[in-house]
Design a binder for this molecule. Structure first.
Ligand code: AMP
Ligand code: MG
Length: 357
């Protein structure tokens, strides 16, 4: 079995992110940045403004804190304690668990179960929860594991969370988007004029670039995952979240077949919907609505559901408005009309562009 892990971020680090420091007299263009590994991915934060050091430190600390709460592999995390005991009183070291579980439950309901954090035992059976190596489960094994999958059965009463017998949760499909929401709050509090956060496929483009232009965010070409810098196109974004899900981000191959990490809860198998990548873009105002969390949940969801249903959701959605970049197996890049001005197809990518209105 061959282990392949693309650390290429689906949304590549913002292009043109140079480590230019402004003069002390010009704090709006003075930058500090940091790169680190957290939540199983490479992260880059680049922050500008008078309080850039404080904001950067708070942002990194926030991500480490979330990882400590939400990791499935760290035995003492809130998620591990919940999965182990089947119940947890969300107190200290679990402050973010309830808002995340509540959001996950809502997206599970709203997506008819295509997004479901209780798919965890199935994700683990395939070996995507870390540790034990990859494995193609038998149909019988999947059938029995799927009996436990029901995100609407997670009970929250007061501050106590209770899972159904045999259930466990995996917040990997939503946690980085939530982390991006928390970073937006920090930047708001620190009056950060501009910042770029790239959290493994979850980008927060805060403000604009020091030269006054929008941030340039590359949408990775899923056909060339090992080749960072191979973009299907570029998004020009200001004050926005952009979150990408794609099977190329994590997968293994066995007997010439590729198996990736986004599971269709209806079948227990890696989703096969005709899409190779989904990017959800939304504005980053609306602190209460957790728009980054929404983008993360929906990008995973639409990768499972496919083009037609993703576009149905886009046109019927009554929550925070969002736009889409869908890349299809048959070589099309489908964008929704809100991105018509901000998305540029890479001419050499070989994809054809369609705009949906
Ligand atoms: P993302 O990269 O945000 O699309 O999330 C993928 C991760 O979410 C996987 O590595 C799993 O941990 C988890 N996951 C896989 N399938 C699903 C699903 N259908 N619903 C919710 N989470 C999922
Ligand atoms: Mg996601």
């Amino acid at each position: 079995m061959r282990y392949l892990r693309s650390i290429a971020l689906s949304l590549a680090l913002a292009l043109g992110l140079t480590a230019c420091s402004g003069t002390p007299a010009d704090p709006d263009t003075a930058e500090e940045h940091v790169q680190f590994l957290a939540m199983d991915t490479a992260m880059t934060l680049s922050v500008y403004g008078e309080r850039r050091s404080a904001a950067l430190q708070a942002a990194e600390h926030q991500i480490q804190d979330l990882e400590a709460q939400l990791s499935r592999t760290e035995p003492d995390s809130a998620v591990s304690r919940l999965n182990e005991a089947g119940t947890l009183e969300a107190g200290e070291r679990a402050e973010d668990l309830l808002p995340l579980l509540e959001a996950a439950e809502r997206y599970c309901r709203e997506t008819g179960g295509a997004f479901d954090i209780t798919v965890a035992p199935v994700v683990a059976a395939w070996g995507f929860a870390g540790g034990n190596g990859y494995h193609v489960p038998s149909p019988a094994e999947l059938e029995s594991l799927l009996e436990r999958v029901d995100g609407t059965a997670v009970k929250i009463e007061g501050r106590t969370v209770t899972l159904s017998p045999g259930q466990s949760v995996d917040l990997g499909g939503i946690a980085k988007g939530y982390a991006a929401d928390k970073l937006a709050n920090i930047f708001r509090e620190c009056e950060t004029p501009r910042a770029m956060a790239s959290l493994g496929g979850n980008v927060l483009a805060w403000g604009n670039r020091p030269d006054g232009m929008p941030w340039r965010v590359g949408v990775q070409d899923p056909a060339r995952p090992g080749d960072q810098g191979s973009f299907a196109g570029i998004l020009n974004l200001e004050n926005a979240f952009a979150v990408t899900s794609g099977g190329y981000q994590r997968y293994f191959e066995q007997d010439g077949k590729r198996y990736h990490h986004i599971i269709d809860p209806a079948t227990g198998y890696p989703a096969s919907s005709g899409l190779t990548s989904v990017t959800v873009v939304a504005g980053c105002a609306g602190e209460q609505d957790l728009p980054g969390t929404m983008c993360d949940a929906l990008s995973t969801t639409f990768f499972v559901l496919g083009e037609a249903l993703a576009l149905d959701f886009w046109s019927a959605w009554t929550g925070v408005p969002f736009d889409l970049v869908l890349i299809t197996e048959d070589g099309r890049v489908v964008i929704t009309e809100g991105l018509a001005e901000s998305f540029t197809l890479d001419e050499g990518s070989g994809y054809t562009l369609e705009i949906v209105s």
